[in-house]
Design a protein around this ligand. Structure first.
Ligand SMILES: [Mg+2]
Length: 153
């Protein structure tokens, strides 16, 4: 079973507001620049969402789990920091399963756990979308309960 798991808003605590505030601050500090420069540490320092690390490790024990994240192109540091984040909270081994891709519909697999139903190709993913944050999957506990039935006994 192949399971893809998104980072921002699924494994990492990222509220859109945090991003907006960080960019607002960067803009203020760099007046006149069309785009604020990348904010070092922004992605690396995101906190894990409660239950994410434990449940992802539990899934990794029996399924083929990949991290599938769309990069933040205007912040080139995101490419490196996402990789650093995975090693920080998981291990080096899991970094080999990190996919940074702007179109999640291109990947083949059984499940995609994502907090957005569209925007990065989620709506074209052929497997089942587990919409994290929706009423059915509001927490990692509910995701775990769902997959409990699919795990080998
Ligand atoms: Mg997301």
């Amino acid at each position: 079973m192949i399971i893809y798991i998104d980072m921002d808003g699924v494994m990492c605590q990222l509220r859109l507001n945090d991003l907006k505030l960080a960019y607002k601050k960067a803009r203020k500090e760099n007046p006149g620049k069309p785009f604020p420069p990348p904010i070092p540490g922004f992605f690396e320092n995101l906190k894990p969402i409660p239950g994410a690390i434990d449940t992802v490790n539990w899934l990794r024990a029996w399924a083929d789990v990949y991290v599938l994240s769309a990069p933040s192109v205007r912040n080139p540091l995101s490419y490196t920091e996402k990789r650093l984040w995975i090693e920080k909270y998981f291990d080096l081994k899991f970094c080999y399963k990190l996919i940074l891709c702007p179109n999640k519909g291109l990947l083949r697999g059984d499940f995609l756990i994502d907090d957005h139903k569209s925007g990065k190709g989620q709506d074209r993913f052929e497997g089942r979308l587990i919409h994290f944050g929706s009423s059915d999957f509001s927490t990692w506990q509910s995701v775990r309960e769902y997959f409990q039935n699919l795990a080998p006994h």
